[in-house]
Write a protein that binds this ligand. Structure first.
Ligand SMILES: Nc1ncnc2c1ncn2[C@@H]1O[C@H](COP(=O)(O)OP(=O)(O)OP(=O)(O)O)[C@@H](O)[C@H]1O
Length: 311
């Protein structure tokens, strides 16, 4: 393995004339929580299914833990929650896990350990059908954790959970990664990804539009300048930061430049007779970035969404 847990290269899936996944390349590194973020129908599940060897790509290739997705050596080291797991409603959570555990040649102890790991130990004797949605979802993660896999692949693990259930799930996943396991999860919830993921891949209409850390994607190195008169300030700013690095925004200027430019910028503005009213670092929220990248006019000004959910 070359230091990556998952490597997808131009992975593509076509259904008739629909390109569900269009040439997606990404890497997931050991021990990280990688968030695969995109609106409904963007191609997240299809990509995860290809990485698990559940469906065959129409093009491109992928390796998981250094081998072909779905190969027996890989399957033993990957735990997944992609389609809702089929649990027996009349069996207890513990017995459900023991069934799965035996099926995979593991001991009952492995099942009990996984149950404890997701905090369901005390309710392990209750029937599955009496579980809340959050508990069912946690049991699904416990099933994926059976046998301590090196990689956990989870499709929308917090889908349908209430805020407390979501917070529980987030804690659990951060805890899993802290123990050294790698987590690849998909989500359409920005806040969630922002909170728990080390790195993010953003997918829209089948295409990966960005990959990087949350800080990378936000592009923290920008400055907002309010000054008068604005046209003179614009000329000075362009001279210093470059023509393409300055745009008019929010009744001022936005410069793609590092904070180290501020003293020189202010000096030159003042020397040119410009009144400097405000200079500050601009940090875009991941939400703004997301809408900018996935919206109908990529690269245009972001809309101003207020909801945390993007679909
Ligand atoms: N078996 C299939 N046959 C035909 N089209 C499919 C099939 N599976 C997925 N698609 C289409 O591929 C596109 C991507 O679907 P996918 O389920 O991967 O998206 P997603 O990002 O996981 O969305 P969601 O968050 O709604 O699950 C959609 O347009 C979907 O209708």
């Amino acid at each position: 393995m070359d230091g990556t847990v998952v490597r997808a290269e131009r992975l593509t899936k076509r259904y008739a004339d629909r390109l569900a996944v269009d040439s997606v390349s990404l890497t997931v590194r050991p021990g990280e929580v990688f968030g695969f973020l995109g609106p409904n129908g963007a191609g997240k599940t299809t990509t995860l299914r290809m990485l698990l060897g559940l469906i065959r790509p129409s093009g491109g290739r992928a390796s998981v833990l250094g081998a072909r997705p779905g190969s027996p050596a890989v399957l033993a080291r990957v735990g997944a929650l992609v389609e809702g797991p089929g649990f027996y409603p009349y069996l207890s959570g513990r017995d459900n896990l023991r069934v799965l555990s035996r099926y995979r040649g593991l001991s009952d102890r492995a099942a009990d350990a996984a149950l404890d790991r997701v905090g369901l130990g005390p309710r392990g004797g209750d029937r599955f059908r009496s579980y809340s949605l959050g508990m069912k979802q946690r049991l699904g993660v416990a099933a994926a954790l059976l046998g301590d896999p090196d990689l956990l692949v989870l499709d929308e693990p917090t889908n349908g959970l209430d805020p407390a259930g979501m917070a529980d799930m987030r804690r659990l996943l951060v805890d899993v990664a802290a123990g050294g396991q790698t987590v690849l999860l998909s989500s359409h919830l920005l806040a969630e990804v922002q909170e728990i993921c080390n790195r993010v891949g953003v997918i829209a209409e089948g295409r990966l539009v960005a990959e990087g850390t949350v800080a990378d994607l936000r592009g923290a190195d920008a400055l907002l300048l309010r000054a008068h008169p604005l046209d003179r300030a614009l000329a000075v700013a362009m001279q210093l930061a470059g023509d393409d690095a300055v745009e008019v925004a929010d009744a001022g200027l936005r410069l793609d430049a590092e904070a180290s430019l501020v003293p020189r910028l202010v000096r030159e503005l003042v020397a040119d007779g410009v009144d400097v009213l405000e200079v500050r670092a601009a940090e875009r929220s991941l939400e703004e970035v997301f809408f900018q990248m996935t919206g109908p006019d990529p690269g245009g000004p972001p809309s101003a969404p207020t909801a945390q959910e993007v679909s």
